[in-house]
Design a protein around this ligand. Structure first.
Ligand SMILES: [Zn+2]
Length: 281
């Protein structure tokens, strides 16, 4: 861009063609042939979208204004060719969907405000403002009909309210939060647990050398259906608990001596992630 410190903007066009996939494909080819690619081509009747190039690089759908390279004005100058005709504004007949929302999310992510600085989109045919100062200094959405040094009258009298309402701000689904144990989740010390698994089976019935570490693990094994209820939460890592843990290790894919019933870091972390305890290793 020539003036990346100037505010970010969008320019709307219409292709003066029909809608639907046949027009979409033909127009896409034509724009490449004549070297007038926008960034985006959009079909308002199907919500189909295509992208020609990165939004922060120059597109080629505008004429220069004297020496001003209009395609390169602003932090971004995102140009969108909408399938349809300027005489029949697309916002009165379209069916915007998730692709239109994604487009608006991308536009807003570049800091383009939801405004038309040159005023209401002018009807086609008709006359329109092409104010150089506004174009040079204000971020927002523009019609091709408002661009200095250009003579096209597209995209017609589209409705800004309808346009922005079709993609409400903050309406996109936020990415799922990474699953983390809650702050109150108990912490199991792996070395205490190994110590208990080695000592408790040999000690007197019910001997519990590290009950605070063993109890959350037994509760988890019980929930996995591997440890029967009466022994589930006594805090002693006895022979039944060793057998249950061995079954858990096999469930984790361990075989042979790796499934010996003595907890290891990987299988324990897996059990903790599933049943809500943290592991200190
Ligand atoms: Zn245009």
């Amino acid at each position: 861009m020539d003036s990346p410190s100037a505010p970010p903007r969008v320019v709307w066009h219409t292709t003066e063609s029909g809608t639907g996939n046949t027009s979409f494909n033909a127009v896409e080819r034509y724009l490449r042939q004549i070297g007038a690619e926008p960034h985006i081509i959009y079909d308002p009747s199907t919500d189909r979208i295509g992208q020609f190039g990165p939004l922060n690089e120059s597109a080629r759908a505008l004429r220069n204004d004297g020496v001003t390279r209009t395609n390169r004005t602003g932090r971004v100058c995102i140009q969108i060719e909408v399938l349809g005709r300027a005489a029949n504004p697309f916002t009165s007949t379209w069916k915007p969907g998730k692709n239109f929302k994604a487009l608006m999310d991308a536009i807003r992510s570049w800091g383009v405000p939801d405004v038309f600085p040159m005023g209401a989109p002018p009807a086609y045919p008709g006359s329109s403002r092409r104010d150089r100062h506004t174009w040079a200094t204000k971020g927002g959405h523009y019609c091709h009909a408002n661009i200095p040094g250009n003579d096209h009258g597209d995209p017609g009298a589209i409705s800004p309210a309808t346009l922005f309402k079709a993609a409400p701000k903050g309406d996109s689904t936020p990415p799922p939060a990474p699953s983390k144990p809650s702050p109150s989740a108990p912490t199991v010390d792996l070395s205490n647990l190994i110590d208990a698994a080695r000592r408790d089976p040999k000690a007197a019935q019910g001997k519990a050398s590290h009950p605070a570490d063993v109890k959350p693990v037994e509760a988890a094994l019980k929930r996995e259906g591997l440890l029967s209820a009466p022994y589930a939460a006594d805090g002693s890592f006895g022979s039944l608990t060793v057998a249950a843990y061995k079954a858990w290790q096999r469930r984790c894919g361990c075989t042979g001596s790796a499934a010996d019933g003595i907890p290891g870091k990987a299988s324990l972390e897996k059990l903790g992630a599933k049943h809500g305890f943290k592991v200190k290793a």
